[in-house]
Design a protein around this ligand. Sequence first.
Ligand code: PLP
Length: 350
Amino acid sequence: VDFRSDNVGGAHPAVLEAIVRANRGAADPYGADLWSQRLAARFNDLFEREVAVFPVATGTAANALSIAMFTPPWGAVYCHPNAHVNVSECGAPEQFSAGAKLIAVPGDSGKITGHGVERAIHREDAVHTVQPSLVSISQASEIGTLYTRSELESLSEACARHRMHLHVDGARFAHALVALGASPAELTWKAGVDVLAFGATKNGCLAAEAVVLFEPARAQELAYRRKRAGHLISKQRFVSAQLEAYLTDELWLSNARQANALAQRLGAALQSAGFALATPVETNQLFVTWPASVAANLRARGFAFYDWGALGPDVYRLVTAFDTRVEDVDALVTAARALRVQDATSPTKR
Ligand SMILES: Cc1ncc(COP(=O)(O)O)c(C=O)c1O
């Protein structure tokens, strides 16, 4: 049973069916198709205002394009040290922005604060230093924690004071939305967010993400940037069809609720079995401390999960997804609990 990530599973059947339905006859290429047109209207409704939406195939592309929109080559981008854009995108944000500098801002619970960003700003008006341009956060964060509305607002106030913009890596935006009980508008432009990398692949799509730009007047620039990045997909109808199905009947929200609920169940059961969690469970990721022997035994029994040394020794990450089964969660807990009992009663431990 695989708890390594929320991208190890398949796509939701409704998404696959939408792709099959879209597979009929000819359609205009490069985003001029009906699916993409409908999607544009749908995103306007979703965000309660006019936005520019640009489907792409990966989260890395969505982030790097978003960052490049607001960061000149001499710009500075402030983000958490463990941000996906900082450690897992192979320099794409730096490349797409033609050389901007990412500056890691330490912060508790996987998050940065407006105050932390302001402290990190090396303000020098001389030509010698990179200039504050953008703050980039992940919502939910890389360790599954959430930025509340007031935390977002304090970040956007810091941005306003330093004439910076605010980017959200929303690879798990749906998980954050349902956990916070907020609307898409409240968690983005109403709180000062300028651009969102809207994730969908981790939560039911096959390969579909989107850049959502809250300054639609700049859509043409993003169109050129996306083409140059190789993410203007000629048969875009298939990507838009995925996103359309993802939003239909609130599939994205019910998928995220399911993933979050299973993480809660898993976290509570592991704690009651006597294992400590390294962070509170707020969305669909949890970080548990297991003796190395317990982790090795679980792996030998077919449970898969990643080591998460960033949160300390013997910490392991467990991720639930829309397609995680309750019985798999319960099987993991039962196996871990049995190993704990064994561990506690083994002669060497007495
Ligand atoms: C926080 C975060 N952002 C973005 C991504 C998207 O990455 P990819 O380019 O693999 O779609 C991921 C995927 O692991 C992620 O965890």
